[in-house]
Ligand binder design. Structure first.
Ligand code: G3I
Length: 369
């Protein structure tokens, strides 16, 4: 879960919105371009187990212990930030793939899979992009970015998070299905089909993913977010635009309850639409769990276990990816530190690169997947 940079969850523009999250099929995609051609079959090829992956960061790449962990443990490695808009095109027309290429070339030499995040997000955009006020120019900038970046990575990535966190944090509160972003304010909701259509054209083989958070917990806000994700999928399909999977980020608040049945139903609903499922940013957020390492790791084991029950309950996920491999480097410590001064313990290995008990359970379940 993330906040807009100003720390507020700004209201999304009012959308035609019927009975809560029951959007009409075409209610907010607007003039999504028609696109001939179907979309590829579902889910990654059946293999002995469900591929495990993790997000890696270029700035820590010289830490050999860190790097070796990914090499030893991961079927898939993804650049955490190095393919985001601000890092790849910091100035208009000036592309810098050096950090991403260093990570992708390394994973390729290891014989590992890779995936990318992300073309459209409300965060980590360069100032020049957010300063564009003309809709046609912003559309041009978006399509050119996608074409250039997808072209550079073509054949190297199994999938892309085409759009990230487009669903309103709390649809009830904001009165609309989509998060209020400069993309929505300038292009409207149609920026979503524009992005998927450009990505489908630029990389016909990479699976195209809608990625979002807070899709796994129990409660009306999460029910609404799951319903909106399904609605976006259906609207893209109705417009003939390819979407292959939904990414559940999986930032698991250890004090919140996973709605195992609803998560399994969500996966089954996606499967019925011919759409796959990934866990893309799994980690555990433990600042509300009192006690020491034993209590915190026990709470982590519970919430990860419940998450996997739901995730595996609806369809076979294409991959499960953690948002890093070791507590030594993690975003949670920066954004949601514990009040008792203990370090957070969000990832499969602790800061000394020792595995958490729940990691063994996760790998066992993926191997049986
Ligand atoms: O690499 C540049 C560096 O060259 C520059 O000097 C510096 C100036 O601030 O910025 C550096 O980029 C930073 C980047 O991480 C790489 O370290 C950005 O400032 C910093 O904001 C960025 O933070 C990342 C954040 O997303 C925003 O992109 C976190 O590492 C990353 O864990 C976090 O991940 C997000 C997912 O993408 C989406 N889901 C939520 C998740 C957690 O917020």
């Amino acid at each position: 879960m993330t906040k807009d940079r100003d720390g507020a969850f700004r209201a999304a523009p009012r959308m035609p919105f019927h009975n809560g999250a029951n959007l009409t099929r075409r209610s907010f995609l607007g003039a999504a371009a028609a696109l001939a051609g179907g979309w590829p079959g579902s889910a990654a090829a059946a293999g002995p187990g469900i591929p495990f992956g993790a997000a890696i960061q270029a700035e820590y790449f010289d830490d050999t212990g860190y790097r070796d962990l990914f090499k030893r443990e991961c079927d898939l490695v993804m650049p955490m930030n190095e393919l985001k808009f601000a890092l790849v095109q910091p100035e208009r027309g000036a592309f810098d793939f050096s950090r991403a290429d260093r990570l992708l070339e390394w994973s390729e030499r290891n014989g590992q899979l890779a995936r990318g995040t992300t073309f459209v997000w409300w965060s980590t955009n360069p100032p020049w992009l957010e300063a564009i006020e003309d809709a046609r120019d912003l559309e041009r900038a978006l399509v050119e970015h996608i074409e250039r970046v997808a072209d550079h990575c073509r054949g190297r990535l199994t999938s892309w998070d085409v759009v990230n966190e487009v669903i309103a944090h709390d649809p009830e509160e904001t009165g609309g299905p989509l998060r209020d972003t400069f993309w929505v304010r300038t292009l409207g909701p149609r920026h979503i089909p524009i992005a998927f259509q450009a990505a489908a054209r630029a990389d016909p083989k990479a699976r195209l993913v809608l990625n979002d958070y807070d899709l796994e917990f129990r409660g009306p806000r999460f029910d609404q977010r799951r319903a909106i994700a399904l609605s976006i999928v259906r609207q893209l399909q109705d417009a003939g635009i390819r979407i292959d999977a939904v990414g559940i980020q999986g930032h698991l608040y250890a004090h919140q309850e996973i709605d195992v049945e609803a998560l399994a139903r969500f996966g089954a609903d996606l499967k019925a639409l011919g759409v796959g499922l990934l866990a893309t940013e799994l980690d555990v957020i433990d600042f509300q769990i009192p006690g020491g390492t034993v209590e915190v790791d026990a709470a982590a084991a519970k919430v990860v276990g419940d998450f996997l029950d739901g995730l595996l309950g609806g369809q076979r996920p294409e991959t499960v990816i953690t948002w890093g491999m070791t507590d030594r480097y993690n975003w949670v410590e920066d954004v949601m530190p514990r009040g008792d001064g203990q370090p957070c313990r969000p990832l499969p290995f602790d800061a000394e690169l020792k595995p958490k008990a729940w990691y063994a359970d996760l790998r066992r379940r993926l191997a049986q997947g």
